[in-house]
Design a protein around this ligand. Structure first.
Ligand code: ATP
Length: 236
């Protein structure tokens, strides 16, 4: 059984159909990537899975349970968390308080403190800046904070929306290496990316999204060597 199954999903903004009946699945233990260019519908798909944008048709099934009508905070409690596009940290709060917000589904204060320490171990820069206001962090630091905050809920499935966006090549490498580590430690990953080369390099399987439709799917390694993918997404 897939951990996440999306069946014939259709999403509209008013009369405009952004997602046109897509189906895909993520199995436990996989890194699956959804690649596509600007405006293909990647963010809409992720927001719809998280219950932030309603699906007009189709089913979203997490761990065997239909979640179309489940509110976002309940979905987080069920074990699925997202790192939204543009890193959306709480700009006016400190690094520490942002991490605390990530633990809003938890009640055990001692455990929350331990979890914050383990985020600091993974992202030492956040520890150095724990009292700094998040809005004053660099783009890379905000990405780390957004990831750290998501990890505070101990997701079984972590969804990342364009974690490489706006980062220097060095930071992109760092972020992807952290995603690989999180995966190795047992978290299933759904990675939404415009940077197809990087995403395909770490994923097991991939789906290509184009103007609201899935147009290709396969093993990530196979797609990385596919001429159509090379031409459309890998610069030749
Ligand atoms: P990007 O990488 O630019 O974020 P994306 O693949 O994530 O692109 P979406 O943001 O999901 O794409 O957008 C899919 C389509 O839906 C686009 O045509 C976009 O213009 C449209 N869209 C997105 N948000 C809204 C909105 N709030 N109202 C109307 N149309 C929207």
């Amino acid at each position: 059984m897939a951990l996440l199954e999306v069946k014939n999903l259709e999403v509209y903004y008013g009369v405009i159909q952004a997602i046109k009946g897509i189906s895909f699945e993520v199995n436990e233990g996989e890194i699956v990537t959804l690649i596509g260019s600007n405006g293909a519908g990647k963010t809409t798909t992720m927001q719809s899975i998280m219950g932030l944008i309603p699906a007009k048709h189709g089913e979203i099934i997490y761990d065997g349970v239909p979640i179309n009508k489940v509110p976002s905070h309940k979905i987080v409690q069920m074990g699925m968390t997202q790192v939204p596009e543009g890193r959306r940290v709480f700009q006016e709060l400190t690094v520490f308080d942002n991490l605390l917000m990530g633990a809003y589904t938890k009640k055990d204060n001692k455990k929350i403190k331990e979890d914050i320490e383990s985020v600091y171990d993974r992202f030492p820069r956040l520890k150095e800046r724990k009292n700094q206001i998040a809005g004053t962090l660099s783009g890379g630091e905000q990405q780390m904070l957004a990831m750290g905050r998501a990890l505070m809920s101990h997701p079984r499935l972590l969804m990342l929306d364009e974690p490489s966006m706006g980062l220097s090549p060095l930071l992109v490498d760092q972020v992807f290496s952290i995603i690989k580590d999180i995966h190795k430690e047992g978290t299933t990953i759904l990675l939404v990316e415009q940077n197809a080369g990087k995403a395909l390099a770490i994923a097991d399987r991939a789906y290509v999204l184009e103007t609201g439709n899935i147009t290709m799917t396969g093993e990530a390694g196979t797609l990385l060597n596919d001429d159509r993918i090379k031409k459309a997404y890998l610069g030749g």
